[in-house]
Design a protein around this ligand. Sequence first.
Ligand SMILES: Nc1nc2c(ncn2[C@@H]2O[C@H](COP(=O)(O)OP(=O)(O)OP(=O)(O)O)[C@@H](O)[C@H]2O)c(=O)[nH]1
Ligand SMILES: [Mg+2]
Length: 463
Amino acid sequence: MKIRIPYGLIAVVTPQIIAVDEKNYDRSATIAAIATPPGEGGVAIVRISGPKALAVANLVFSRPLGEEDSHRVRYGQILTEDAQVIDQVLAIPFCRGRSYTGEETVELHCHGGSLIARKVLERVLEGGAVGAKPGEFTYRAFMNGKLDLAQAEAVQAVIGAKSEKAMHAAREQLQGRLSDLVRQFQKELTEIAAILEAWVDFPEEGLEFATPQQLVGQLARLVREMEQLLATFEQGRILHEGFTVCLVGSPNVGKSSLMNALLERERAIVTAIPGTTRDTLEDYMSLGGFHLRLIDTAGIRQTEEEVEKEGIKRSHLVMEEADIVLLLKDATAPDEELSWVPPKHIVVWNKIDLVDTKVEGLAISAKHRIGLEELLKILEEKIRSIEGFDREEVSITHLRHKEALNVAVEAVLRGMQGLEEGISPEFLCFDLREALHALGRILGTDVTEDIITEIFSRFCLGK
Ligand SMILES: Nc1nc2c(ncn2[C@@H]2O[C@H](COP(=O)(O)OP(=O)(O)OP(=O)(O)O)[C@@H](O)[C@H]2O)c(=O)[nH]1
Ligand SMILES: [Mg+2]
Protein backbone atom coordinates (compact mmCIF):
# COMPACT_ATOMS: atom_id res chain seq x y z
CA MET A 1 0.00 0.00 0.00
CA LYS A 2 1.25 3.44 -0.84
CA ILE A 3 1.34 6.05 1.85
CA ARG A 4 -0.60 9.23 1.21
CA ILE A 5 1.09 12.47 2.05
CA PRO A 6 -1.20 14.45 4.36
CA TYR A 7 -2.33 17.84 3.14
CA GLY A 8 -0.60 19.70 5.96
CA LEU A 9 2.74 18.39 4.78
CA ILE A 10 2.10 19.19 1.15
CA ALA A 11 1.59 22.77 2.21
CA VAL A 12 4.99 22.75 3.86
CA VAL A 13 6.83 21.68 0.74
CA THR A 14 4.83 23.44 -1.93
CA PRO A 15 6.73 26.49 -3.13
CA GLN A 16 5.07 29.58 -1.77
CA ILE A 17 6.16 32.54 0.20
CA ILE A 18 4.49 32.35 3.52
CA ALA A 19 4.94 35.66 5.21
CA VAL A 20 5.29 38.18 2.42
CA ASP A 21 2.88 41.04 2.63
CA GLU A 22 4.82 43.08 0.08
CA LYS A 23 5.09 46.26 2.05
CA ASN A 24 8.40 47.02 0.36
CA TYR A 25 7.45 45.98 -3.14
CA ASP A 26 4.27 46.68 -5.04
CA ARG A 27 3.73 44.12 -7.75
CA SER A 28 0.73 45.85 -9.25
CA ALA A 29 3.01 48.65 -10.47
CA THR A 30 4.79 48.61 -13.79
CA ILE A 31 8.46 49.21 -13.07
CA ALA A 32 11.32 50.47 -15.20
CA ALA A 33 15.07 50.92 -14.84
CA ILE A 34 18.25 51.13 -16.85
CA ALA A 35 19.51 47.55 -16.89
CA THR A 36 22.99 48.24 -18.22
CA PRO A 37 25.87 49.66 -16.16
CA PRO A 38 26.26 53.44 -15.88
CA GLY A 39 28.69 55.23 -18.18
CA GLU A 40 29.14 55.33 -21.90
CA GLY A 41 28.82 52.23 -24.04
CA GLY A 42 27.52 50.91 -27.31
CA VAL A 43 24.02 50.21 -26.11
CA ALA A 44 22.00 50.89 -22.98
CA ILE A 45 18.90 48.93 -22.11
CA VAL A 46 15.85 50.32 -20.39
CA ARG A 47 13.71 47.53 -19.08
CA ILE A 48 9.99 47.87 -18.36
CA SER A 49 8.09 45.14 -16.56
CA GLY A 50 4.60 44.81 -15.18
CA PRO A 51 0.97 44.66 -16.20
CA LYS A 52 1.17 47.88 -18.23
CA ALA A 53 4.57 47.34 -19.85
CA LEU A 54 3.17 47.23 -23.38
CA ALA A 55 0.84 50.13 -22.72
CA VAL A 56 3.68 52.28 -21.40
CA ALA A 57 5.89 51.35 -24.35
CA ASN A 58 3.09 52.22 -26.74
CA LEU A 59 2.85 55.68 -25.22
CA VAL A 60 6.51 56.48 -25.81
CA PHE A 61 7.46 54.38 -28.87
CA SER A 62 6.80 55.53 -32.43
CA ARG A 63 5.22 52.25 -33.60
CA PRO A 64 2.39 50.29 -32.07
CA LEU A 65 3.56 47.17 -30.26
CA GLY A 66 1.19 44.28 -29.72
CA GLU A 67 1.32 40.75 -28.41
CA GLU A 68 2.05 39.54 -31.94
CA ASP A 69 5.39 41.36 -31.65
CA SER A 70 6.44 39.24 -28.66
CA HIS A 71 10.11 38.21 -28.79
CA ARG A 72 10.62 40.22 -31.97
CA VAL A 73 12.85 43.21 -32.42
CA ARG A 74 11.09 46.38 -33.56
CA TYR A 75 12.93 49.47 -34.71
CA GLY A 76 11.53 52.93 -33.98
CA GLN A 77 11.93 56.11 -31.97
CA ILE A 78 11.28 57.18 -28.43
CA LEU A 79 9.22 60.34 -28.70
CA THR A 80 8.42 63.13 -26.30
CA GLU A 81 4.81 64.00 -25.66
CA ASP A 82 4.95 66.54 -28.52
CA ALA A 83 6.54 64.00 -30.89
CA GLN A 84 10.17 65.15 -30.63
CA VAL A 85 12.66 62.31 -31.11
CA ILE A 86 14.63 61.42 -27.97
CA ASP A 87 16.48 58.45 -29.44
CA GLN A 88 16.31 55.73 -32.04
CA VAL A 89 15.85 52.41 -30.33
CA LEU A 90 15.14 48.74 -30.76
CA ALA A 91 12.12 47.61 -28.76
CA ILE A 92 11.63 43.97 -27.78
CA PRO A 93 8.33 43.02 -26.14
CA PHE A 94 8.07 39.83 -24.09
CA CYS A 95 4.42 38.91 -23.71
CA ARG A 96 2.29 36.33 -21.91
CA GLY A 97 4.76 35.96 -19.08
CA ARG A 98 7.51 34.57 -21.28
CA SER A 99 10.15 36.85 -19.81
CA TYR A 100 12.75 36.99 -17.09
CA THR A 101 10.27 38.39 -14.59
CA GLY A 102 7.39 36.20 -15.69
CA GLU A 103 5.44 39.39 -16.47
CA GLU A 104 4.83 41.45 -19.56
CA THR A 105 8.17 43.08 -20.28
CA VAL A 106 9.52 45.47 -22.89
CA GLU A 107 13.20 46.13 -23.40
CA LEU A 108 14.27 49.34 -25.12
CA HIS A 109 17.79 49.22 -26.53
CA CYS A 110 18.90 52.79 -26.95
CA HIS A 111 22.22 54.50 -27.59
CA GLY A 112 24.68 53.89 -24.79
CA GLY A 113 25.22 57.40 -23.48
CA SER A 114 24.25 57.74 -19.84
CA LEU A 115 22.30 60.92 -20.58
CA ILE A 116 20.39 59.31 -23.46
CA ALA A 117 19.49 56.28 -21.36
CA ARG A 118 18.31 58.54 -18.57
CA LYS A 119 16.17 60.57 -20.96
CA VAL A 120 14.57 57.40 -22.31
CA LEU A 121 13.94 56.18 -18.77
CA GLU A 122 12.43 59.53 -17.77
CA ARG A 123 10.09 59.36 -20.73
CA VAL A 124 9.07 55.82 -19.76
CA LEU A 125 8.38 57.01 -16.21
CA GLU A 126 6.25 59.84 -17.64
CA GLY A 127 4.39 57.14 -19.54
CA GLY A 128 3.24 55.61 -16.26
CA ALA A 129 6.01 53.29 -15.08
CA VAL A 130 7.66 53.74 -11.69
CA GLY A 131 11.38 53.46 -11.02
CA ALA A 132 12.40 49.94 -10.01
CA LYS A 133 14.20 49.26 -6.75
CA PRO A 134 17.46 47.29 -6.76
CA GLY A 135 16.75 43.64 -7.54
CA GLU A 136 13.07 44.26 -8.15
CA PHE A 137 13.01 42.52 -11.53
CA THR A 138 14.53 39.40 -10.00
CA TYR A 139 12.19 39.75 -7.03
CA ARG A 140 9.28 39.52 -9.45
CA ALA A 141 10.86 36.56 -11.21
CA PHE A 142 11.02 34.90 -7.79
CA MET A 143 7.45 35.79 -6.86
CA ASN A 144 6.23 34.53 -10.22
CA GLY A 145 7.97 31.19 -9.72
CA LYS A 146 10.58 31.71 -12.44
CA LEU A 147 13.32 31.22 -9.89
CA ASP A 148 13.46 29.98 -6.33
CA LEU A 149 15.30 32.02 -3.72
CA ALA A 150 18.56 30.09 -3.98
CA GLN A 151 18.50 30.64 -7.73
CA ALA A 152 17.72 34.32 -7.31
CA GLU A 153 20.72 34.66 -5.01
CA ALA A 154 22.76 32.89 -7.66
CA VAL A 155 21.83 35.58 -10.19
CA GLN A 156 23.68 38.14 -8.11
CA ALA A 157 26.54 35.69 -7.54
CA VAL A 158 26.90 35.14 -11.29
CA ILE A 159 27.05 38.89 -11.84
CA GLY A 160 29.53 39.39 -9.02
CA ALA A 161 31.72 36.34 -9.70
CA LYS A 162 35.40 37.26 -9.67
CA SER A 163 36.87 33.96 -10.76
CA GLU A 164 36.07 31.15 -13.17
CA LYS A 165 35.38 28.80 -10.29
CA ALA A 166 33.05 31.20 -8.54
CA MET A 167 31.17 31.75 -11.78
CA HIS A 168 30.87 28.03 -12.34
CA ALA A 169 29.50 27.46 -8.84
CA ALA A 170 27.06 30.34 -9.18
CA ARG A 171 25.88 29.11 -12.56
CA GLU A 172 25.26 25.65 -11.15
CA GLN A 173 23.21 27.19 -8.37
CA LEU A 174 21.32 29.30 -10.89
CA GLN A 175 20.54 26.20 -12.89
CA GLY A 176 19.02 24.75 -9.78
CA ARG A 177 21.45 22.04 -8.73
CA LEU A 178 21.43 23.15 -5.11
CA SER A 179 17.66 23.62 -5.20
CA ASP A 180 17.18 20.11 -6.62
CA LEU A 181 19.27 18.64 -3.85
CA VAL A 182 17.34 20.55 -1.19
CA ARG A 183 14.05 19.42 -2.76
CA GLN A 184 15.30 15.85 -2.67
CA PHE A 185 15.95 16.21 1.07
CA GLN A 186 12.50 17.67 1.50
CA LYS A 187 10.90 14.85 -0.43
CA GLU A 188 12.54 12.15 1.66
CA LEU A 189 11.77 13.95 4.91
CA THR A 190 8.17 14.42 3.83
CA GLU A 191 7.79 10.71 3.17
CA ILE A 192 9.14 9.84 6.59
CA ALA A 193 7.00 12.52 8.22
CA ALA A 194 3.98 11.09 6.42
CA ILE A 195 4.65 7.65 7.86
CA LEU A 196 4.92 9.15 11.33
CA GLU A 197 1.72 11.14 10.87
CA ALA A 198 -0.11 7.99 9.83
CA TRP A 199 1.20 6.46 13.00
CA VAL A 200 -0.19 9.36 15.03
CA ASP A 201 -3.58 8.99 13.36
CA PHE A 202 -3.78 5.20 13.57
CA PRO A 203 -1.60 4.24 16.52
CA GLU A 204 -3.25 0.85 16.91
CA GLU A 205 -1.95 -0.22 13.54
CA GLY A 206 1.59 0.49 14.63
CA LEU A 207 4.28 1.40 12.19
CA GLU A 208 2.94 -0.53 9.27
CA PHE A 209 5.20 0.96 6.64
CA ALA A 210 8.55 0.91 8.35
CA THR A 211 10.07 -0.04 11.66
CA PRO A 212 11.48 2.70 13.87
CA GLN A 213 14.93 1.26 13.14
CA GLN A 214 14.39 1.65 9.43
CA LEU A 215 13.25 5.22 9.90
CA VAL A 216 16.24 6.00 12.07
CA GLY A 217 18.48 4.52 9.38
CA GLN A 218 16.88 6.66 6.70
CA LEU A 219 17.14 9.78 8.80
CA ALA A 220 20.77 9.04 9.61
CA ARG A 221 21.53 8.83 5.89
CA LEU A 222 19.76 12.14 5.30
CA VAL A 223 21.74 13.76 8.08
CA ARG A 224 24.96 12.49 6.53
CA GLU A 225 24.02 13.93 3.15
CA MET A 226 23.02 17.26 4.63
CA GLU A 227 26.25 17.37 6.60
CA GLN A 228 28.18 16.68 3.42
CA LEU A 229 26.50 19.64 1.83
CA LEU A 230 27.26 21.74 4.90
CA ALA A 231 30.92 20.81 4.63
CA THR A 232 31.06 22.47 1.21
CA PHE A 233 30.43 25.86 2.79
CA GLU A 234 34.14 26.30 3.30
CA GLN A 235 34.86 25.99 -0.41
CA GLY A 236 31.77 28.03 -1.18
CA ARG A 237 32.98 30.82 1.05
CA ILE A 238 36.38 30.77 -0.61
CA LEU A 239 34.76 30.94 -4.04
CA HIS A 240 32.69 33.85 -2.86
CA GLU A 241 35.26 35.89 -0.97
CA GLY A 242 38.50 34.61 -2.38
CA PHE A 243 41.21 32.55 -0.70
CA THR A 244 43.00 34.80 1.76
CA VAL A 245 46.78 34.62 1.73
CA CYS A 246 48.53 36.77 4.27
CA LEU A 247 52.21 37.73 4.17
CA VAL A 248 53.82 38.06 7.59
CA GLY A 249 57.28 38.16 9.06
CA SER A 250 59.81 40.36 10.75
CA PRO A 251 60.45 43.82 9.30
CA ASN A 252 62.47 43.98 6.11
CA VAL A 253 62.23 40.29 5.16
CA GLY A 254 60.59 41.27 1.85
CA LYS A 255 56.84 40.89 2.40
CA SER A 256 55.92 43.95 0.38
CA SER A 257 58.42 42.94 -2.30
CA LEU A 258 56.68 39.57 -2.56
CA MET A 259 53.26 41.22 -2.66
CA ASN A 260 54.42 43.33 -5.60
CA ALA A 261 56.08 40.39 -7.32
CA LEU A 262 52.89 38.33 -7.12
CA LEU A 263 50.71 41.19 -8.32
CA GLU A 264 53.27 42.10 -10.98
CA ARG A 265 53.05 45.78 -10.12
CA GLU A 266 54.38 48.18 -7.52
CA ARG A 267 51.41 48.02 -5.21
CA ALA A 268 53.20 48.36 -1.87
CA ILE A 269 56.01 50.68 -0.80
CA VAL A 270 59.32 48.86 -0.57
CA THR A 271 62.34 50.42 1.13
CA ALA A 272 65.44 49.17 2.91
CA ILE A 273 64.14 50.72 6.14
CA PRO A 274 62.66 48.15 8.56
CA GLY A 275 59.09 49.06 9.48
CA THR A 276 58.13 50.49 6.08
CA THR A 277 54.67 48.94 5.94
CA ARG A 278 52.48 50.33 8.70
CA ASP A 279 49.02 49.21 7.74
CA THR A 280 47.62 46.06 6.19
CA LEU A 281 47.31 46.32 2.45
CA GLU A 282 45.20 44.05 0.31
CA ASP A 283 44.73 43.26 -3.34
CA TYR A 284 43.51 40.46 -5.55
CA MET A 285 45.02 38.12 -8.08
CA SER A 286 43.81 35.00 -9.79
CA LEU A 287 45.45 31.62 -9.60
CA GLY A 288 44.32 28.51 -11.43
CA GLY A 289 40.78 29.85 -11.76
CA PHE A 290 40.62 30.81 -8.08
CA HIS A 291 40.37 34.29 -6.65
CA LEU A 292 43.23 35.06 -4.29
CA ARG A 293 43.07 37.81 -1.72
CA LEU A 294 46.61 38.88 -0.83
CA ILE A 295 47.29 40.82 2.35
CA ASP A 296 50.62 42.49 3.07
CA THR A 297 51.21 43.34 6.72
CA ALA A 298 53.46 45.39 8.96
CA GLY A 299 56.63 43.54 9.99
CA ILE A 300 56.31 42.16 13.50
CA ARG A 301 58.85 43.22 16.16
CA GLN A 302 59.05 44.69 19.62
CA THR A 303 58.43 48.40 19.39
CA GLU A 304 57.16 51.30 21.45
CA GLU A 305 56.34 53.40 18.40
CA GLU A 306 52.61 54.00 18.46
CA VAL A 307 51.76 53.78 14.76
CA GLU A 308 53.90 50.72 14.23
CA LYS A 309 52.38 49.06 17.30
CA GLU A 310 48.90 49.49 15.88
CA GLY A 311 50.09 48.09 12.54
CA ILE A 312 51.55 45.04 14.25
CA LYS A 313 48.29 44.48 16.12
CA ARG A 314 46.57 44.38 12.74
CA SER A 315 49.15 41.94 11.40
CA HIS A 316 48.18 39.53 14.17
CA LEU A 317 44.47 39.97 13.50
CA VAL A 318 44.84 39.33 9.77
CA MET A 319 46.93 36.26 10.47
CA GLU A 320 44.16 34.72 12.53
CA GLU A 321 41.60 35.15 9.79
CA ALA A 322 43.67 34.16 6.77
CA ASP A 323 43.15 30.86 4.98
CA ILE A 324 46.89 30.51 4.73
CA VAL A 325 49.79 32.48 6.14
CA LEU A 326 53.07 32.85 4.28
CA LEU A 327 55.68 33.31 6.97
CA LEU A 328 58.54 35.09 5.29
CA LYS A 329 62.04 34.72 6.64
CA ASP A 330 65.27 36.28 5.53
CA ALA A 331 67.61 33.61 4.15
CA THR A 332 70.57 35.77 5.08
CA ALA A 333 69.55 35.60 8.74
CA PRO A 334 68.47 31.97 9.16
CA ASP A 335 69.01 31.86 12.92
CA GLU A 336 66.51 34.53 13.79
CA GLU A 337 64.13 33.34 16.49
CA LEU A 338 60.50 34.47 16.45
CA SER A 339 58.61 34.98 19.69
CA TRP A 340 55.31 34.39 17.85
CA VAL A 341 54.07 31.63 15.54
CA PRO A 342 51.23 32.10 13.09
CA PRO A 343 48.59 29.39 12.70
CA LYS A 344 48.62 27.17 9.56
CA HIS A 345 51.57 28.75 7.88
CA ILE A 346 54.10 27.96 5.19
CA VAL A 347 57.66 29.15 5.75
CA VAL A 348 59.11 30.97 2.76
CA TRP A 349 62.81 31.86 2.72
CA ASN A 350 63.37 35.09 0.84
CA LYS A 351 66.47 36.78 -0.56
CA ILE A 352 68.11 33.53 -1.68
CA ASP A 353 69.91 35.55 -4.30
CA LEU A 354 72.09 36.80 -1.44
CA VAL A 355 73.17 33.42 -0.06
CA ASP A 356 75.58 30.95 -1.63
CA THR A 357 74.68 27.88 0.38
CA LYS A 358 71.64 25.79 -0.40
CA VAL A 359 68.54 26.78 1.57
CA GLU A 360 66.30 23.99 2.86
CA GLY A 361 62.59 24.34 2.20
CA LEU A 362 60.74 26.78 0.00
CA ALA A 363 63.19 29.45 -1.09
CA ILE A 364 62.56 32.48 -3.26
CA SER A 365 63.80 35.86 -4.21
CA ALA A 366 60.96 38.33 -4.36
CA LYS A 367 63.22 40.97 -5.80
CA HIS A 368 64.60 38.82 -8.60
CA ARG A 369 61.46 36.72 -9.13
CA ILE A 370 63.12 33.42 -8.31
CA GLY A 371 61.02 30.49 -7.06
CA LEU A 372 57.67 32.26 -7.47
CA GLU A 373 56.25 29.52 -9.68
CA GLU A 374 57.00 26.92 -7.03
CA LEU A 375 55.33 29.12 -4.41
CA LEU A 376 52.23 29.58 -6.56
CA LYS A 377 52.08 25.86 -7.24
CA ILE A 378 52.10 25.13 -3.51
CA LEU A 379 49.38 27.74 -2.91
CA GLU A 380 47.20 26.25 -5.63
CA GLU A 381 47.65 22.77 -4.15
CA LYS A 382 46.61 24.13 -0.76
CA ILE A 383 43.40 25.53 -2.21
CA ARG A 384 42.64 22.38 -4.13
CA SER A 385 43.17 20.26 -1.04
CA ILE A 386 40.16 21.93 0.58
CA GLU A 387 37.26 19.54 0.83
CA GLY A 388 35.26 19.23 -2.33
CA PHE A 389 37.13 21.40 -4.80
CA ASP A 390 38.22 18.46 -6.92
CA ARG A 391 34.85 16.83 -7.01
CA GLU A 392 32.29 18.66 -9.07
CA GLU A 393 29.78 18.70 -6.28
CA VAL A 394 27.11 21.16 -5.39
CA SER A 395 28.34 23.65 -2.84
CA ILE A 396 26.67 26.17 -0.60
CA THR A 397 28.03 29.67 -0.78
CA HIS A 398 25.62 31.65 1.38
CA LEU A 399 25.68 31.86 5.14
CA ARG A 400 21.89 31.89 5.03
CA HIS A 401 21.87 28.44 3.46
CA LYS A 402 24.37 27.13 5.94
CA GLU A 403 22.30 28.32 8.88
CA ALA A 404 19.13 26.81 7.47
CA LEU A 405 20.84 23.47 6.83
CA ASN A 406 22.24 23.49 10.34
CA VAL A 407 18.77 23.96 11.78
CA ALA A 408 17.49 21.12 9.60
CA VAL A 409 20.27 18.77 10.69
CA GLU A 410 19.70 19.60 14.35
CA ALA A 411 15.98 19.00 14.04
CA VAL A 412 16.40 15.67 12.27
CA LEU A 413 18.94 14.56 14.85
CA ARG A 414 16.43 15.39 17.59
CA GLY A 415 13.80 13.40 15.74
CA MET A 416 16.13 10.43 15.42
CA GLN A 417 16.94 10.49 19.07
CA GLY A 418 13.24 10.65 19.88
CA LEU A 419 12.54 7.65 17.67
CA GLU A 420 15.21 5.65 19.42
CA GLU A 421 13.88 6.64 22.81
CA GLY A 422 10.36 5.73 21.79
CA ILE A 423 8.98 9.23 22.17
CA SER A 424 5.44 9.86 20.95
CA PRO A 425 5.36 10.29 17.15
CA GLU A 426 3.65 13.68 17.46
CA PHE A 427 6.88 15.15 18.75
CA LEU A 428 8.88 13.51 16.00
CA CYS A 429 6.57 15.00 13.41
CA PHE A 430 7.18 18.34 15.00
CA ASP A 431 10.94 17.97 14.57
CA LEU A 432 10.66 16.85 10.97
CA ARG A 433 8.38 19.73 10.17
CA GLU A 434 10.91 22.09 11.62
CA ALA A 435 13.55 20.55 9.36
CA LEU A 436 11.24 20.91 6.36
CA HIS A 437 10.61 24.54 7.15
CA ALA A 438 14.33 25.20 7.51
CA LEU A 439 15.01 23.63 4.11
CA GLY A 440 12.18 25.68 2.71
CA ARG A 441 13.99 28.82 3.76
CA ILE A 442 16.78 28.00 1.32
CA LEU A 443 14.31 27.82 -1.54
CA GLY A 444 12.32 30.77 -0.29
CA THR A 445 9.14 28.86 0.51
CA ASP A 446 9.23 29.81 4.11
CA VAL A 447 10.80 33.20 4.59
CA THR A 448 9.65 36.52 5.92
CA GLU A 449 9.45 39.61 3.81
CA ASP A 450 12.32 41.16 5.72
CA ILE A 451 14.65 38.41 4.57
CA ILE A 452 13.42 38.74 1.02
CA THR A 453 13.90 42.51 1.08
CA GLU A 454 17.34 42.08 2.57
CA ILE A 455 18.37 39.67 -0.17
CA PHE A 456 17.04 41.64 -3.11
CA SER A 457 18.21 45.01 -1.87
CA ARG A 458 21.79 43.79 -2.30
CA PHE A 459 21.16 43.43 -6.03
CA CYS A 460 22.15 46.03 -8.55
CA LEU A 461 19.61 48.42 -9.93
CA GLY A 462 17.99 47.14 -13.09
CA LYS A 463 18.45 43.44 -12.25
N1 LIG B 1 68.49 41.06 -2.53
C1 LIG B 1 67.19 41.01 -2.25
N2 LIG B 1 66.63 42.03 -1.61
C2 LIG B 1 65.31 41.95 -1.34
C3 LIG B 1 64.54 40.82 -1.70
N3 LIG B 1 63.28 41.03 -1.30
C4 LIG B 1 63.25 42.24 -0.70
N4 LIG B 1 64.49 42.79 -0.72
C5 LIG B 1 64.87 44.09 -0.18
O1 LIG B 1 64.64 44.09 1.21
C6 LIG B 1 64.25 45.39 1.64
C7 LIG B 1 62.91 45.29 2.39
O2 LIG B 1 61.91 44.86 1.50
P1 LIG B 1 60.36 45.05 1.80
O3 LIG B 1 59.65 44.33 0.76
O4 LIG B 1 60.07 46.48 2.02
O5 LIG B 1 60.28 44.29 3.19
P2 LIG B 1 59.04 44.15 4.15
O6 LIG B 1 59.08 42.78 4.72
O7 LIG B 1 57.81 44.56 3.48
O8 LIG B 1 59.43 45.18 5.29
P3 LIG B 1 58.48 45.98 6.32
O9 LIG B 1 57.38 46.58 5.54
O10 LIG B 1 59.39 46.99 6.89
O11 LIG B 1 58.02 45.00 7.34
C8 LIG B 1 64.15 46.22 0.37
O12 LIG B 1 65.34 46.96 0.26
C9 LIG B 1 64.06 45.21 -0.72
O13 LIG B 1 64.58 45.68 -1.95
C10 LIG B 1 65.19 39.75 -2.38
O14 LIG B 1 64.61 38.74 -2.75
N5 LIG B 1 66.52 39.90 -2.62
MG1 LIG C 1 56.48 46.03 3.85
